[in-house]
Design a binder for this molecule. Structure first.
Ligand code: SF4
Length: 170
């Protein structure tokens, strides 16, 4: 365990990108009921100062573009947490034309929180696991993104194919 990782795990600033309905479970986690701050995790307003990008549910194709831009503005090391079934396999929107199905095809997800929607207890469990994993060097998705940048960009480009989404008036 590197000394840097050890301390990184104890102070995490989180940008929560509240795209889905599961975001409603975040207020109890962030306030006195569950009090995530006691684990050194606090919300952050800007990507440039955040360590964790929390995606709280389904992502429309358009929204994913903003999420990728946000992720790329964050400094490394950084971690992505997929929150809810929608980030794992599309969840209840599995057959929707408008939402993405697997977040990990476009961004390096370090940890998923299963459920629809996950309860605050599950979120707290995930934060504790994330802290441990960061301290031990287990979660290094940000390195994976750099090493496989072409693969991620190819998947993103395929999804954002302008011709595929535009209406043909001919
Ligand atoms: S996993 Fe469930 S609660 Fe979360 S965004 Fe999807 S439908 Fe909503």
């Amino acid at each position: 365990m590197s000394i840097l990782n050890k301390f990184r795990g104890k102070s995490l600033w989180m940008l929560h990108y509240c795209t889905g309905c599961g975001a409603i479970e975040m207020p109890p986690v962030m306030t006195s009921r569950y009090d995530m701050e006691r684990f050194g995790i606090i919300p952050m307003a800007t990507p440039r100062q955040a360590d964790i990008l929390l995606i709280t549910g389904y992502l429309a194709v358009k929204t994913l573009k903003r999420v990728i831009r946000t992720y790329e503005q964050m400094h490394s090391p950084k971690w992505v947490v997929g929150f809810g079934a929608c980030t794992v396999n599309g969840g209840m929107y599995w057959d929707s034309y408008a939402t993405i199905k697997k977040l990990e095809l476009y961004l390096p997800v370090d940890l998923y929180i299963a459920g629809c929607m996950p309860r605050p207890e599950a979120i707290m469990d995930a934060f504790i696991e994330l802290r441990k994993g960061i301290s031990s060097g287990k979660y290094e998705g940000w390195k994976k993104y750099i090493e496989n940048y072409d693969w991620y960009k190819k998947n993103q480009a395929k999804l954002f194919d302008v011709k595929k989404w535009s209406v043909n008036y001919e």
